[in-house]
Design a protein around this ligand. Structure first.
Ligand code: DP6
Length: 359
């Protein structure tokens, strides 16, 4: 794999006291990434919808380093110094240091905030790390003015991936594939690429309502979770299945076969949880209300002509996915029926978005 393309030549310029600010979104996987090998390479290809309202806004200020032998940064989250988040970011900088050697010449102050409540059970690593990656690439663009916009996005996704796999899918939108797949041109284990085929209009502006069933800290960290796939009895079948599902989904997205879409997306969510149920140690990450919501979605679909379906992350929250033309009806269904199964009746209405924005 060609990672050399991401190693710049030594820069002769220096930019002092400069701040860059980016807003980058969260994403929701339709075909899930679950299982990786070093260094942050996925065991199967995945595809996600980029979200619009759930995002992180991050600014990074770069000033002359006080110690060029190591990467120095301070971290503020929603205005407060947040040392608890530092180790993940420190590991990220360690992993990207070879690809961004110029970072050693700067002290960085990172200031970050999420549009969604921190303790909502919504993973913030995808939006959080992609935002820092974009700020780093803004600096790189000033140091190396000849790099192209395409290269900037590709390298930002490459860097973000080294912080958190799913973050590689948070630079662009509305659909991003990460992981090498024979039918997706340009796809790579190293970075996410925009799903470039023409998508059927039914999937445009697709809606995602996130039902906050359990807002607590994640019961299983993603690192522990991915590691459960090493020596998992069903690992290989799962990785093959995911790649096959991506082939099928690619056609479905182009042809607009929404019933086939529902069947793959729901099966992917349940398979992700099946992997956790059958790992050693084993975990149940769904809560009774997760199941209650799923059953009510199925009844609602039986009783109406709705194309509403669900997907899950590695947690208890439920993402409801539905076409834009059902926005009002599903909105009422959530408000009148499903919200009672959410913690404090909380949910977030979101939709598909287009990716990172400079501020
Ligand atoms: C279940 O990207 O959070 O959301 O690479 O260890 O940071 P790390 O894992 P992470 O895993 C996300 C897993 C998932 C499925 C998905 O987003 O594809």
């Amino acid at each position: 794999m060609n990672t050399k393309q991401f190693i710049p030549e030594k820069s002769t310029s220096f930019i002092d006291n400069k701040t860059y600010k980016w807003q980058t979104p969260s994403n929701i996987a339709l075909v899930k990434y679950w299982g990786k090998s070093d260094p942050q390479l996925p065991k199967n290809a995945s595809i996600s919808f980029t979200l619009n309202n759930c995002h992180t806004i991050t600014s990074v200020s770069f000033s002359k380093s006080t110690n060029v032998n190591e990467i120095n940064f301070e971290l503020f989250f929603e205005g407060q110094k947040k040392d608890a988040f530092k180790p993940k970011i420190a590991q990220f900088f360690e992993r990207i240091q070879n690809y961004c050697p110029y970072l050693l010449e700067y002290d960085m102050v990172i200031d970050s905030e999420n549009s969604f409540p921190h303790s909502s059970g919504i993973a913030s690593s995808a939006s959080g790390l992609s935002a820092i990656a974009m700020c780093v690439m803004s600096l790189e663009k000033e140091l190396y003015p000849n790099i192209s916009e395409d290269f900037i996005k590709k390298k930002a996704s490459f860097l973000a991936r080294l912080g958190s796999g799913s973050a590689s899918r948070s630079i662009e939108g509305p659909l991003v594939v990460w992981g090498n797949h024979p039918e997706i041109e340009g796809s790579s284990d190293l970075f996410g690429v925009k799903f470039s085929k023409k998508v059927h209009p039914i999937f445009e502006n697709y809606q995602d309502a996130i039902l906050l069933v359990d807002k607590g800290e994640k019961q299983v960290s993603s690192t522990v979770g991915h590691n459960l796939m090493h020596n998992h009895p069903f690992a290989n079948q799962r990785f093959n299945q995911a790649n096959e599902n991506l082939s099928k989904l690619s056609k479905i997205l182009q042809e607009g076969d929404i019933d086939a879409f529902i069947s793959i997306v729901e099966s992917e969510a349940l398979t992700l949880h099946a992997m956790m149920l059958t790992s050693n140690p084993y975990f149940i990450l769904m809560k009774p209300n997760t199941l209650e919501i799923i059953n009510r979605i199925w009844s609602y679909r039986n009783e109406t002509n709705s194309k509403l379906c669900f997907t899950l992350d590695a947690g208890a929250n439920v993402h409801l996915l539905y076409p834009e033309n059902e926005k009002e009806q599903v909105g009422l269904f959530i408000k009148n029926e499903l919200s009672s199964f959410c913690q404090n009746e909380q949910f977030i209405l979101d939709k598909v978005g287009i990716g990172a924005k400079i501020l």
